[in-house]
Design a protein around this ligand. Structure first.
Ligand code: KIV
Ligand code: ZN
Length: 505
């Protein structure tokens, strides 16, 4: 059985270094507090040698860090970097120095221009120095940069990591600094390191998303024994970014692995991060993109609607309330959409139609959509009013004005396609609506009346007033239902909907 995942966030370092305008101390503090709300267990607060601004930011965050969160700073495998990192994070209750050196053949030869044995020696010396600074108060993390490119020299790297762990690194982080190959090639290398290192060493995984597979690689890395997940908010980071923390936490949750991440904070965190980083969220981004909950094709809309109150939906990965996102399924209407979208959109807007009535309207909307593209809700309502009034002789409720002190109610509505206005005197609005029904030649009688609030289970209407009014005419009784955030409007929608049902029948 694997250990519980440890989420180590690198937004303030790896993502920050890739921002067009890296954050200052005050800005970092805002993100830092949000990370604490999200429940990460480790935070890499920056790269103190990079600038005095970053040093001060790291120091300031270390000073306000809570007892239970690891606070780390990055340092190249150089004495000056390591000292600076320690100078910054030493104030934290749980300080860490994270030092790194490239170990891929390509980087050692062309970037560092050093022999592998010299690289190994420098890494060991760097870790020993970092360990001498942190003592028993903190710990040391080491990363062989470009680990993903170490397929050919994996034996050299593993031997080096064993010696680096013996020198004092208790976390060995494996970076896929540039994502080039299959996830399973990288995951297999992670497995080899896990098997080779002593069991008390934490193996960590740090993936960049150059080919869009960072989440998959990170999640699979956990299942072969890497328990520290290095991730960033909104998947921010160099080039195509780092592993997206929300995707990993939710994927693990879906696999039955619980984490310390407060999943319900995800959506808000994503929106705030996008604003703070000035990086918009891609509309199709998993979980947090605006389109992640949109269904446009008729088949998907039908499945989504039929499973809308279930934890596991036909066309969605989670119940989005899990991540604090209000809506589960957003149905819009295009030429690819079906009657379900019409039904949901009309009902959502307070027009209690039946599915077969929605089906009547769908061909007309489809034809319009073939010309105009996606139809807005107001356009659909416009067509609904036009077509339904003309076709079925319906009464469409618009507004009711209560005239204070006069027991008078002014209705604006449509009948047979024409705009109408009637003023009715009555004791109350329901009585006024019944009198109106007589006046326009569609008389109905009130049988029963109930008002309640739509339950949480109904994601679309939850919390709104629900009126259920039984009406009869010509020996037939039906139930009119109306929903609105305004009780009076809910009542009127119920009466008008009931009248239409009785007379359409
Ligand atoms: O991607 C990378 O290799 C890094 C290291 C510094 C860990 O960010
Ligand atoms: Zn990185």
């Amino acid at each position: 059985m694997n250990k519980k995942p440890f989420f180590y966030d690198i937004t303030l370092r790896d993502a920050n270094q890739a921002l067009a305008k890296p954050w200052n101390k005050e800005e970092k503090e805002i993100v830092f507090k949000q990370l604490l709300k999200l429940g990460v267990q480790g935070i890499e607060v920056g790269f103190p040698i990079a600038s005095e601004m970053d040093f001060e930011s790291c120091k300031g965050l270390a000073q306000i860090a809570p007892e239970n969160v690891v606070i780390s700073a990055l340092a190249r495998a150089k004495t000056a970097d390591i000292q600076k990192a320690w100078d910054a994070v030493q104030y934290a209750p749980k300080p860490r120095i994270h030092t790194f050196l490239a170990m891929s053949p390509l980087s050692m030869e062309h970037v560092l221009q050093m022999e592998p044995v010299a690289v190994r020696k420098q890494a060991i010396e760097a870790v020993s120095f970092a360990k001498s600074l942190v003592g028993k108060r903190g710990d040391v993390e080491f990363s062989p940069e470009h680990f993903g490119d170490c397929v050919e020299n994996i034996d050299f790297v593993i031997e080096s990591l064993k010696q680096i762990a013996a020198a004092g690194a208790t976390t060995i982080n494996l970076p896929n600094t540039v994502e080039r190959y299959r996830p399973m090639i990288f995951v297999d290398m992670v497995r080899k390191v896990v098997d080779a290192l002593p069991k008390d060493i934490t193996v960590s995984i740090h993936c960049h998303n150059d080919l869009g597979m960072a989440t998959a690689t990170t999640v699979e890395g956990y299942f072969v024994g890497a328990t520290q997940m290095e991730c960033a908010l909104n998947g921010l980071g160099e080039r195509s970014g780092n592993t997206n923390i929300y995707e990993v936490a939710v994927a693990l949750h879906n696999c039955g692995i619980e984490t310390d991440i407060n999943l319900s904070e995800i959506y808000e965190t994503a929106l705030l991060t996008s604003k703070w980083a000035n990086v918009p969220i891609y509309p199709k981004a998993p979980l947090i993109g605006i389109e992640a909950v949109a269904h446009r094709s008729g088949i998907h809309q039908d499945g989504a609607s039929k499973t809308k109150n279930m934890k596991k939906g036909a066309y969605r990965p989670i119940d989005y309330s899990l991540i604090g996102r209000g809506e589960n399924d957003v149905l819009t209407f295009t030429s690819q959409s079906g009657k379900t979208a019409v039904y949901e959109i009309l009902n959502h807007n307070g027009y209690p139609v039946e599915l077969d009535e929605a089906a009547e309207l769908q061909p007309a909307l489809k034809e319009i959509s073939e010309r105009e593209g996606e139809l807005s809700e107001s356009r659909i309502l416009e067509v609904f009013r036009e077509k339904c009034c003309n076709l079925n002789g319906r009464m469409i409720f618009h507004t009711i004005d209560v005239i204070p002190g006069e027991n008078r109610f002014v209705f604006k509505f449509q009948k047979d396609g024409a705009a109408c206005e009637e003023s009715i005197s009555a004791e109350g609005p329901i009585e006024a609506a019944l009198l109106l029904s007589r006046k326009v030649g569609l008389p109905v009688e009130l049988k029963s009346y109930k008002q309640s609030v739509v339950s949480e289970a109904d994601k679309l209407w939850a919390g709104r007033a629900l009126s259920e009014i039984a009406l009869s005419a010509n020996g037939k009784t039906i139930m009119g239902r109306g929903v609105s955030s305004d009780t009076l409007v809910a009542n009127m929608r119920a009466v008008f909907g009931g009248i239409n049902k009785l007379y359409a029948a």
